[in-house]
Design a protein around this ligand. Sequence first.
Ligand SMILES: Nc1ncnc2c1ncn2[C@@H]1O[C@H](COP(=O)(O)OP(=O)(O)O)[C@@H](O)[C@H]1O
Ligand SMILES: O=P(O)(O)O[C@H]1O[C@H](CO)[C@@H](O[C@H]2O[C@H](CO)[C@@H](O)[C@H](O)[C@H]2O)[C@H](O)[C@H]1O
Length: 455
Amino acid sequence: MPKAAPPRTTGLPATRLLTSLAPLLHEWLPRQRWFAGKGRPVTDFVLLTATELLPGFLHLLVRAEHAPLALPADAAPVPADCYQLLIGVRDQLPPRLAPALIGRATQGPLAGRTVYDALQDPQSAALLLERLRTPGSVGPLSFEHDPQVTIPPGLAPRLLGVEQSNSSLVYGDTFILKVFRRVQPGVNPDLELPWALARQGCARVPAPAAWFRTSEPEEATLGVLQPFLRGADDGWTLALASLAQDRPFTRQAFELGQATAEVHLALADAFPPVTLGRPQTAAIAAAMTERLDATAQAVPALAPHVSGLRAAFEAVAALDSAGTAQRVHGDLHLGQALRPADGSWSVIDFEGEPARPLAERRRPQPPVRDVAGMLRSFDYASCTARPPNPQWAKECRAAYCDGYAARAGSDPRDAAELLRAYETDKAVYEVLYEARHRPDWLPVPMAAVRRLAGA
Ligand SMILES: Nc1ncnc2c1ncn2[C@@H]1O[C@H](COP(=O)(O)OP(=O)(O)O)[C@@H](O)[C@H]1O
Ligand SMILES: O=P(O)(O)O[C@H]1O[C@H](CO)[C@@H](O[C@H]2O[C@H](CO)[C@@H](O)[C@H](O)[C@H]2O)[C@H](O)[C@H]1O
């Protein structure tokens, strides 16, 4: 088990390190599931920070610069994304680490050496946990933990093999560390909200046990460790099983509605809600319309439905008030809910929609936004079932809203215009998400678009 080494940053000049790494990253980075710039060629890399955690184990923050796309929607300057990379450097890669290979450097200070994804190396992964166990700083990186929580030494790491927007390591089935891949300045809501919820005594969310952050080039959260919910299945898996076995899911959907309401109530206690009057309803509608227009330019299949979809946003613009806005989950779907066989729902992944700027994700929003996200998810599940089962989705959607109303004291369906607009906005987001990440799935949100535009 590697021990945390005394702090030191790499002595290698940043520009020279990039001479070795840039040619490899050009090949490797766009292939990663968490690479956000799909379809936008990388023109250049800028090394923002390089920290040596151990000899041959580097922590890097790298900015990927993009060329503007030919598509009109992307003709505006394309924002550069900053990625967190944990890089291993060895003379030879042992066969067990072959899948982690990034490439063999041919130039610069690492010429002739093999570079690989260190999160796939159990030794490096173990060192990361060791750092979190023993708080302190290494260069711009700070490692911190909740003093109330004991993190035992020597927990065996394994990299989670699931499709995700970040990379997660499970330690001894006791803790899970999410390493954020796309880093934006500021506190990440996936640390901020679960921490606040834990302080409110909300048991629906695994409480952060430890985290690490950088102070350079700007303050940003880099990773969060939380208890691993052993033996839990996510709602997506459970929903698909229910569809495959033709079993009802309404009880689970009702309880999920209750769990969502509890999270919302605790968030409203932790972060004061604000009232939404006419200027705000107009602003919400304008932002949704803007996203719709931009998406229709990027994904031509959406274009014929734009005027039909706009009606939902115009109905919101016409509202004099829309209740309150508060901190919400921001990307709630069945995959973000976990449930042990004999337990109750927990909610994870408070990062919000990864494609949106952090400042936007941290803004108060109407809670029906989360409800709309989950309603879309029931629709997704029913569409991927063979044969598709719209009746299943209808019953789950109703049960989920019933459960929410029972716990929150207000029924999200009463805010009909807002709910419809958020469902439409989510379907539009999904069209872009699927077009960029999983083109085979595009028919699922497109079916919802046709329905929402035509009704
Ligand atoms: N506390 C936890 N306990 C058990 N499994 C978890 C926990 N947190 C996350 N997971 C698993 O890790 C997966 C990825 O986590 P998530 O927070 O959704 O990452 P991402 O933001 O990268 O998509 C989830 O789908 C879930 O299966
Ligand atoms: O879980 P993430 O934070 O990475 O969220 C992104 O990926 C999700 C897919 O993994 C995507 O969710 C969409 O597909 C789900 C089924 O795979 C479905 O349940 C959701 O309703 C649907 O939105 C999510 O939108 C995206 O942000």
